[in-house]
Write a protein that binds this ligand. Sequence first.
Ligand code: NA7
Length: 542
Amino acid sequence: GQHDHDVDVEVLVIGAGVVGIYALYRALDAGFSAQTLEAGDGVGGVWYWNRYPSARFDSESYTYAYIFSKELFDEWRWKEEFATQPEIESYLNHVVDRFDLRQHIRTGEKVVSADFDETAHVWTVRTAKGSVVRARWIISATGGLSVPNYPDIDGLADFQGQAHHTGAWPHTPVDFAGKRVAIIGNGPSGAQLLPAIVDTVAQVDLYQRTPTWTTPLNNKPLTDERQAWLSDNWDDVVKILTTSPTGFMHEPAGKFSTADSPEERQAFYEKIWKSPGFAKLTSNYYDMTTNREVNLEFCDFLAGKIRAIVKDPVTAERLIPKDHLFGAKRPPFVTDYFESFNKPNASLISLKETPFVRVDATGIETTEKHREYDIIVFATGFDFGTGALTRMGVKGREGLDLSTDWEDGPSDFAGFSAHRLPNFFFPGGPHGAGGGNYPRYSQDQVDWITGTLVHAREHGFDLFEPTAAQEDQWMTMVETLAPQSIFSAEHSHYYGANVEGKVRKFLLNPGGRGKLHEILGEMTSTEDYNGAFAPATEPVSA
Ligand code: NA7
């Protein structure tokens, strides 16, 4: 290939999670010299850090996993429809070795600054350890859910027991046996952890701020028949996963709620309750998320299920959401969540009724009383979308500084690039994921990004930067369609609401795959991507 003498490496990938591993694979496969810097001491990203008991997929294992290689699919056998973290971490390590990527990945290297040389068109990246890498292109696959969010409670630092965040879980397994445990937060992480430890601990209290429409995951072993079917129908599987609006394989309902009588609707809801994972959204009535009446009817059905499962009526009422419709917040899909509250050693504490007063050396005090704990678990989520990018010391053109320029919310193009941020891509970034299967959205982005780098090489461009007009077009789409997104509840991490002091702006792509490809298609209609590419300052080849 060509040699670029100004740089150490043509493509620098930051992060070796699901998206970063794929970006590295694609860049090398396209013939670029490439390297990855990863903050953790191992690969896996989310699946490296979130090692709490029973952390698992709630997308089907084979729809979340890579689909670029049928050989990879055929060689790897998932144990369950929804795999647990240790299996996922093994898989990602397997992929890294299988495609000979490990030699290109430097772990334990946390990026602390990235500066762009506007004359040479080169990024200089520095790490906490003092490593320096000069690269033409950066693909920052630093994750949407990678910076843990902690609650702001008085006295947090005074606690003398163990305290762990689900998203920064220690490598030495935490011994829960006989312990008094507090779990703060009831999103997917807190909801997964509770049933996993309830039979081991002496006592577990789950501190809930906002109830969620949690439904059963309906996990099961991945059968030989299913594996064989997936393999035999691989081309169709790939087609569905790369074209369906959500990136899932669930059968659509094929009907609106109005097609069924009230009795038929109840029977349909029973079927939905028993369906796997996200099928409760993707296989539900077409108008479930747009028709308030039918959504309220489904919420009544779910509330009935909660009342039937949870024996203590006060706890049951506390667990039923009153402030948002089904699907408006990203719902957790978890086995035995509500059932856990029937155990004599588990209780639910409503922070709406009895807020935190303070944490002290021995435990947590609410307005109701003080409770002693050995372990406090923060299942309090992440600084979603922008958290990692704004903490990495990224400085673009004309003084662009992500740490301050995005204080009022991120401004970007296609959820992976930005005006005044040349040659810098961030797949899986803010406005990246739509309402669907995260890796499938990120795959679209990585394929487009690496395709664009090939285009640049072929046409002698060494500078890519979306124009202000292109960014405006994208951001107008985001702002216009945000109110129509299914994840429209403003009290959610998709609006930054879980992070104290964070501006409330919608952080997903509300236009989904359709709008993404439409807007990218407009950009790529000319050789210079309608002004996004500038000609190379000097010949790229030696
Ligand atoms: P989530 O889904 O952001 O959930 C965080 C939970 O923590 C949620 O219940 C929050 O309540 C709660 N929380 C956050 N801050 C506080 C404070 N200060 N006090 C009390 N409770 C608090 O994070 P997860 O890790 O569960 O899931 C992240 C992603 O993983 C998820 O989207 C899937 O992609 C899988 P709130 O609702 O804000 O009132």
